[in-house]
Design a protein around this ligand. Structure first.
Ligand code: PAF
Length: 281
């Protein structure tokens, strides 16, 4: 695996490899890689000729300074894991390489960036789109791979790609779960043993919602899920919403196409998010 730390090096290296029929697949990450990330590398390997991963803990998407400072950075482990799955290229820049002091960014995201996660983490999605745009410009991928776990992020990046008429095609990959159902996340390492058990309430709320969705109204499913979370030990629910997965607006009817439930809660001092498609095709 080739490792590059500057924009110019990775950009030039990929340009030299690029040729007709040879596609570049890109997996942007913030490191602390787990099986979920590695499944994105696998998906990229299956679809494209050259697989590039980036590891960059992006300061502009953190609205909490201590969260940024404490974000896990096990870089040697990450490099080993990427080598094990035969990733071709790792882009590993420092903050100065990605940001100049004059950087300004705002993109109109049709209100998608100020609801749910965006309401709780103001500015988060402006920071995400800012760095993803920079990374796309450097790597110039044919395909970019993102996990469904950050479903709102996927919808927002799709909107950015459409608005800026970028040529990259986005691929949404399934959530990877632990055996007991907990969605994999870099932040799970911070859960105490008790919180790790309590955190299962999110997955349980989602699976109950999926079962209940067949016979109950949207409002009833949502209310029961919130009641279930509120009654679950160690859980402080933030939201449980039922959305149209294509428009990313609250679902008004069960006949709207694909419908998704999205949940966020505090488990101890850690925020956990998860989601599940409720409709069966
Ligand atoms: O999903 C993430 O890890 C980050 O938000 C991303 C897309 C790498 C941008 O920093």
């Amino acid at each position: 695996m080739e490792i590059f730390r500057t924009r110019a090096e990775v950009h030039n290296y990929l340009n030299e490899l690029r040729s007709p029929g040879r596609t570049v697949g890109f997996v942007p990450t913030m490191g602390a890689l787990h099986q979920g990330h590695l499944s994105l590398i696998e998906a990229a390997k299956n679809k494209t000729s050259i697989v590039v991963c980036s590891i960059f803990v992006n300061p502009t998407q953190f609205n909490d300074k201590s969260d940024l400072e404490n974000y896990p950075r096990p870089i040697e482990d990450d490099i080993r894991k990427l080598r094990e799955v035969s990733c071709d290229v790792l882009f590993l820049p420092e903050v100065d390489e990605m940001y100049r002091s004059s950087d300004n960014w705002h993109i109109e995201l049709d209100g998608l960036d100020i609801i749910l996660e965006g309401e709780i983490r103001p500015g988060h999605y402006q920071g995400v789109t800012q760095i993803v745009k920079k990374l796309f410009d450097i790597v110039n991928p044919d395909y970019a791979f993102f996990g469904q776990k950050d479903f709102q992020q996927f919808m927002i990046i799709s909107l950015m790609v459409k608005k800026l008429q970028m040529s990259v095609k986005l691929v949404r990959c399934p959530i990877v779960r632990e055996k007991d159902g907990l969605a994999m996340s870099s932040r799970n390492v911070y859960l105490s043993e008790a919180d790790r058990q309590n955190a299962l309430a999110l997955y349980k709320a989602l699976t109950r919602a999926k079962t209940g969705f067949k016979d109950k109204s949207i409002a009833q499913v949502r209310e029961e899920a919130l009641d279930f979370l509120a009654a679950s030990p160690g859980i402080e629910p933030e939201y449980f919403e039922i959305f149209n997965a294509e428009t990313f607006q609250p679902a008004a009817s069960k006949q709207e196409g694909t419908i998704i439930a999205l949940v966020a809660a505090r488990v101890g001092s850690i925020r956990i998010i998860d989601n599940m498609i409720l409709t069966t095709k």
